[in-house]
Write a protein that binds this ligand. Structure first.
Ligand code: URA
Length: 237
């Protein structure tokens, strides 16, 4: 690939900026100062340096975010902050996007990547990737609700959901539950509880398949997936 494209993708500014960097003799490939910013390089094998730093080229990034409430799961929004706004510029220049959506008021696990193929596989209904949520519910969640979720509930638009596994953690005038769904319909968990006459007052995603929210990840922060998590995500392909 072209050196200027690579460096630009890696956050060294526009192609014009890279040209200036090359002109200043700051860029070396395999220990030779580069004269042409359009030179062809092999990102896998060439050692590319800017100043004293080796540029590690990676085409994709995979981030786990602990999404806070109040931000939108989108790449841009006219009114609200998005999850992408929470990323450092070194990650933003990969042009990542969230894998699926969490509502503005929902917290928890959100995968952010620029790997479209992986995102597609994780979201494909055919792959049946279970998404587990913790929720607080206004109302007394009962065994009947557990049965109804297990059979699939009829949403207000007539759609019958796939079977979902509902676990009651505590029941009372406000209940705490965990629910696992394999679909990702708009507001699905909230609408499933509405279908049984109850309201979700707090919702947090805990996991997507075997990818679990890192409990040490503070709300509003993110980190790159570790190797085990990444190989799990790739195994879904
Ligand atoms: N279901 C919802 O209702 N909201 C979410 O954000 C995710 C699942």
């Amino acid at each position: 690939m072209r050196l200027d494209k690579l460096l630009s993708n890696m956050g060294f500014g526009s192609r014009k900026d890279v040209k200036a960097l090359v002109k200043s003799k700051a860029v070396r490939v395999n220990d030779t100062i580069v004269k042409d910013s359009g030179a062809k390089v092999d990102p896998e094998n060439d050692v590319i340096m800017v100043g004293e730093n080796v540029v590690e080229y990676k085409p994709y990034i995979y981030l786990m975010m602990h999404k806070p409430p109040g931000v939108i799961s989108a790449t841009d929004d006219r009114h609200d902050k998005t999850v992408i706004d929470l990323l450092e510029p070194e990650f933003q220049h990969y042009k990542p996007f969230p894998v699926g959506r969490l509502d503005k008021d929902t917290e928890g696990l959100l995968l952010i990547t620029n790997d479209g193929q992986l995102a597609h596989q994780l979201l494909s209904p055919k792959k049946d990737v279970g998404k587990t949520y913790y929720a607080k519910i206004a109302g007394h969640v009962t065994e009947e609700d557990v049965q109804a979720f297990a059979s699939g509930v009829s949403l207000e638009d007539g759609y019958i959901t796939k079977p979902a596994s509902l676990k009651i953690l505590s029941a009372g005038s406000q209940s705490e539950i965990e629910v696992t769904i394999t679909e990702g319909k708009f507001h699905q968990v909230k609408r499933m509880f509405e279908a049984v006459g109850k309201k979700v007052v707090y919702l947090k995603r805990l996991s997507m398949g075997k990818l679990e929210l890192d409990q040490t990840l503070k709300i509003g922060t993110y980190r790159e997936l570790n190797e085990e998590e990444l190989s799990y995500c790739k195994s879904i392909k």
